[in-house]
Write a protein that binds this ligand. Structure first.
Ligand code: CAA
Length: 285
């Protein structure tokens, strides 16, 4: 029989983690949201409050519904509060050492039958699983930005994933209103493997002076039907994340299309990270 998940943990409440916590709470699950320090925890709470507040102001949710969603999320600074979770999704920064340390801790704190998932965009899920004593119960559960809106979840299975585990996670994705696709543990999975090459190439075109930033954005919106142009999307994803994913993809694929464009590195070095810092390729309010 397939497994049902009722209490889920989300560790890391940045843009992705807070969005993921909101998605679970909207679907009626109990959520334990964990952040390392009080400031980051408050930022995460603020993110969910603003996102659900926007839904109320757009008439998609009433205030009682919003309060019910917020009431289903317990915000905490302690991993120990994950002891009753059926599943935990990790959404911390893309640094393997951090993920290793966290999964070692999660393995200790969580019930032995709990599933541990990583929202990594490009790192090896197999390597994350190897940090635990339960590699068969570790998968990738990769959401897309903005998590409350984007319908896809890539469910990543490794060579050691136990029978039925990825299927249970895919069923959970359906229950929260997403469409799962099954992918293998290769850098970038499907979406980022295809998307980041395109975004990086857009940055190269800009550097070559083929067209202006705004004309490239307009061209891809109106000529290819994309909801946003590549520079608007790079800013949404975050230039630091985009640069990091390109680096990892380049290491694995050795395809020049993934070799990070110098302008991407330059902007990241200057602290211009996109929407989250107020400025990237575009300036944001
Ligand atoms: N959080 C919650 N809801 C949001 C939101 C956010 N950050 N941004 C937009 N929305 C909601 C709005 O409230 C609105 O909902 P209603 O229609 O019900 O009112 C809806 O989304 C549409 O928003 P807007 O009308 O403001 O704007 P839009 O129509 O231009 O859509 C968009 C915005 C959904 C972001 C759209 O432009 C889009 O799909 N862009 C492409 C995004 C994309 O490709 N994401 C994947 C990035 S790759 C990735 O994430 C993987 C990785 O690992 C790096």
């Amino acid at each position: 029989m397939s497994r049902t998940f009722e209490t889920v943990g989300v560790v890391g409440l940045g843009t992705m983690g807070a969005g993921i916590a909101e998605v679970f709470a909207r679907a009626g699950l109990r959520v334990v949201g964990v952040e390392v320090d009080a400031q980051a925890l408050e930022r995460g709470r603020g993110h969910v409050e603003r996102s659900t507040g926007r839904a109320v102001s757009r008439g998609r949710l009433d205030e009682a519904g919003r309060q019910a969603i917020l009431g289903r999320i317990a915000f905490t600074g302690s991993l120990d509060d994950l002891r009753d979770a059926d599943l935990v999704v990790e959404a911390i920064p893309e640094v393997m050492e951090y993920k290793h340390a966290l999964f070692t801790d999660l393995d200790r704190v969580c019930r032995p039958d709990a599933v541990l998932a990583t929202n990594t965009s490009s790192l090896s899920v197999t390597a994350v699983a190897a940090a635990t004593e339960r590699p068969g119960r570790v998968v990738g559960m990769h959401f897309f930005n903005p998590a409350p809106v984007m319908k896809l979840v890539e469910v990543v299975r490794t060579v050691v994933t136990g029978e039925g585990v990825a299927e249970d996670v895919a069923e959970l994705a359906r229950r929260i209103g997403k469409t799962p696709v099954a992918v293998g543990d290769r850098a970038g999975f499907v979406v980022n493997r295809l998307l980041l090459g395109y975004l990086n190439h857009a940055a190269t075109l800009l550097e070559l002076g083929v067209a202006t930033r705004d004309d490239i954005d307009t061209a891809m919106r109106l000529g290819a039907g994309f909801p946003m142009g590549p520079f608007a999307l790079l800013d949404l994803i975050g230039l630091d994340v985009s640069h990091e994913v390109c680096e990892v993809l380049f290491q694995e694929s050795r395809d020049r299309v993934h070799a990070p464009a110098p302008i991407l590195r330059e902007l990241v070095t200057a602290g211009l990270l996109g929407r989250k810092s107020g400025r990237g390729f575009h300036t944001h309010d």
